[in-house]
Every structure is written in structure tokens, then in C-alpha cells.
Design a binder for this molecule. Structure first.
Ligand code: PEP
Length: 248
């Protein structure tokens, strides 16, 4: 049985006071939730939010990390710094990191393996552009990203994959339920062939891309969808709570 996971990616939003208000609202509003709930604040809010969530069921993710432990990497944050704060998950390979910060599949692969070594659970994001989908290349692109990003992944390590079609992120467009189910099924089959059926059955595959309270139930009800990675709608207690409560 895969427990559904709903993760909120706050991106570059939320000063400390706003972040604390948001998690306080979620903590009281979501008690008894059936899904696992994770929030990913910006680095500056991680420590205060970690302290606030010390006795909470809500878990903490970082939005990125470097693949080295320490050293002359100005502006970077290592996996050790994250575990030091009590962070358990890390989002890796988000399309915004790939596009605006030139993260290659090889860099993402190094980060995934380093996260595991540090005891962090990677939430690996993959997704195709609109042009790639319209060309009929969506499955090829996702297979290629998975193969490179998961190179050397141990067969018994925790894995969460977020399928996020780039054209659906922050645009208000969602993939159709058929497109989502087909891609999630493909991803599970790919993981099965690449890393074994047991890991494929345990891997949670989240959908991300304009998930909102009014489409969450339909998307989260699909058989190979094990949760959601939520951007914009994770910034409001009521929207995010409705999405969490829509999880099967
Ligand atoms: C995201 O950035 O991971 C995301 C899914 O954003 P949104 O929900 O705003 O489309």
C-alpha cells in the first residue's frame, strides 16, 4: 500500500512570519489527514518552520541542494545542512532548476545519490515541454530523464517521482486525466524494468501542474497517481487543505 503524499512547493515565496502562519494553519486544519503532508519552504524559512513543526505530523522538504558536502560553493546548501535542520525530503530536478539554473541530468543524478547517502528522500521531478509533447516525444523524454537521473539508484531506497509536464506548471492548464494516468503507468513500468518491480510498486508517483481544489479529486483518484506536488495552491491554507483532503 502506498500512502498518498501531498507536497507543497512554496518556491521563492513566504517570509518567515508568513511561513509560520501557513504551517500553523495547516497543522491545526489538517489533523487526521489520511495523506502524508510535506511542505517545502524557501531555505530562509526552513529553520523556523522546522522548529514550529517539531511535534507535528507535517514533514519538511528542501527545494534543492548541492551534491557536495561542503567547500567553496558560494551560495549553495548541502545535504548535511538540511539533515541538521530535521529536513527529510528534498525536491530535485524541478523544471525551473533545469531551465533557469542549467541543471543537467548528470547534476541531478549526483544530487539524487547524495541525498540518499545523507538519509534524505528525493522527490525527483521529471516533465516534458509542450513542444516535446506535441511532437509525440513525451514518453521518450521522460524515459530519458528517468534513466539518467536514476543511474546507480539502489534497489531498496525510498523514491518519490513527480511527473510535472512543464506546460502545466503555473499556467492553469492541467494534463487530461488520460494523459496523466498513461504517463504515471509508463513511469511505474520504467522504474520496474530499470530498478525492479518491488521498488516500482513502492515508488510514489506524484502529479504536479496546476493542481487546485477543484481538480484534485479527479487527479488523485487515478490508479497510478499517489499524490501531488503543488505549487501555487500550496500557499493558502484552505486550498492546500482541500487538496490534501481529496487524496484517496
Ligand atoms: C510546481 O512548481 O511544482 C507546480 C506544480 O506548480 P503549480 O502547482 O503552481 O503549477
Amino acid at each position: 500500500m502506498r500512502t498518498p503524499l501531498i507536497a507543497g512547493n512554496w518556491k521563492m515565496h513566504m517570509k518567515i512570519a508568513d511561513a509560520l502562519d501557513l504551517v500553523t494553519g495547516l497543522h491545526y486544519g489538517l489533523r487526521g489527514a489520511k495523506a502524508e503532508v510535506v511542505v517545502a519552504p524557501p531555505f530562509t524559512a526552513l529553520y523556523p518552520v522546522a522548529q514550529k513543526l517539531e511535534n507535528s505530523f507535517i514533514d519538511l522538504a528542501a527545494q534543492n541542494m548541492h551534491y557536495e558536502n561542503k567547500g567553496a560553493f558560494t551560495g549553495e546548501v548541502s545535504s548535511d545542512f538540511l539533515t541538521d535542520l530535521g529536513v527529510h525530503y528534498v525536491i530535485l530536478g524541478h523544471s525551473e532548476r533545469r531551465e533557469y539554473f542549467a541543471e543537467t541530468d548528470e547534476i541531478i543524478n549526483k544530487k539524487v545519490l547524495k541525498a540518499l547517502e545523507a538519509g534524505l528522500k528525493p522527490i525527483l521531478c521529471v516533465g516534458e515541454s509542450l513542444e516535446q509533447r506535441e511532437r509525440g516525444d513525451a514518453f521518450k523524454v521522460i524515459g530519458n530523464q528517468l534513466g539518467k537521473n536514476l543511474n546507480g539508484f539502489p534497489l531498496d531506497a525510498p523514491l518519490v517521482i513527480a511527473y510535472e509536464p512543464i506546460w502545466a506548471i503555473g499556467t492553469g492548464k492541467t494534463a487530461s486525466t488520460q494523459e496523466i494516468q498513461d504517463m504515471h503507468q509508463f513511469i511505474r513500468a520504467f522504474v520496474g524494468e530499470f530498478l525492479g518491480n518491488s521498488l516500482a510498486q513502492e515508488t510514489r508517483i506524484l502529479y504536479g501542474g496546476s493542481v487546485k481544489p477543484d481538480n484534485a479529486k479527479e487527479i488523485l483518484g487515478l490508479s497510478d497517481v499517489d499524490g501531488a506536488l503543488v505549487g501555487g495552491a500550496s500557499l493558502k491554507v484552505s486550498d492546500f487543505s482541500q487538496i490534501v483532503n481529496a487524496a484517496k
